[in-house]
Design a protein around this ligand. Structure first.
Ligand code: ATP
Length: 225
């Protein structure tokens, strides 16, 4: 029997990445890793999806509007990148699983969805709301991050099994996991906020790891002072 989807050519199946985060501020670690993963997994599009400020968590220094504006500047002119503001538009805590339910509904059941996260975030993944359900909605790509626990070392039951079955190239709509060893970007938002606080306007770290447009916006808005 022919599989139900056999009339679709491979090219017609959309491959979409979703990159969630605080983006306080967005930097080259995010953008460069996303670009490398776009190529490695042959994605059509990556949505950068900033999260809501959680009342009980560490507060971002930039407000939602500013984080959104910085992301819009960072993706400008790159047609494969877009900004998805659904978590900012939704009131209450952002759960990735809820956003992925929405996105899956929008893209249809055949689309290949890949949720991207760094290995530091993945180390906490088993504490996320309904993380098993995330695998029924999307695939997960973990980006090995300098100075973070390596993905292979994560021992959590359930996740360990996923890690051992990781694939190089994701070819299912959901349920697979891939470990992306991309060229590492030794940068974090924390490091950049520290540089900005020290008023080291000439810091080469800032110009090396942030887009000039984002940096200009930060200075204009006096965000991290
Ligand atoms: P902070 O220093 O404030 O914790 P961050 O730099 O980790 O911020 P987030 O917005 O928290 O940035 O990260 C969003 C996602 O991007 C997370 O999954 C995180 O692991 C990943 N990420 C952040 N920086 C890098 C990087 N340099 N390389 C690869 N992934 C990264």
């Amino acid at each position: 029997m022919m599989p139900a989807h056999s009339h679709h050519t491979t090219a017609s199946i959309k491959r979409i990445g979703v990159f969630g985060g605080t983006f306080d501020p967005v930097h080259l670690g995010h953008m460069g890793s996303a670009k490398a993963l776009l190529a490695a997994q042959n994605l059509d599009q990556i949505y950068f999806m900033p999260c809501q400020q959680h009342p009980h968590d560490k507060q971002p220094m930039a407000n939602a509007e500013q984080r959104l504006a910085m992301l819009n500047l960072a993706v400008q002119g790159q047609s494969s990148f877009s900004v998805d503001d659904r978590e900012l538009a939704r009131s209450g805590k952002s759960f990735t699983v809820d956003s992925l339910i929405d996105i899956r509904e929008e893209v249809g059941e055949q689309a290949v969805l890949i949720f991207l996260l760094g290995s530091d975030a993945f180390a906490e993944f088993h504490r996320w709301q309904r993380w098993e359900t995330i695998f029924s909605l999307a695939n997960v790509a973990v980006i090995e991050r300098a100075n973070a626990q390596s993905v292979q070392a994560i021992e959590t039951v359930g996740l360990k099994q996923k890690i051992n079955q990781a694939v190089d190239f994701v070819d299912a709509p959901c349920g697979q996991m891939t470990i992306a060893s991309l060229p590492p970007y030794p940068v974090s938002s924390t490091l950049l906020r520290e540089q900005l606080l020290q008023a080291s306007a000439s810091s080469s770290l800032l110009t090396e790891f942030m887009s000039p447009q984002v940096l200009d916006y930060i200075y204009q808005q006096h965000i991290y002072r």
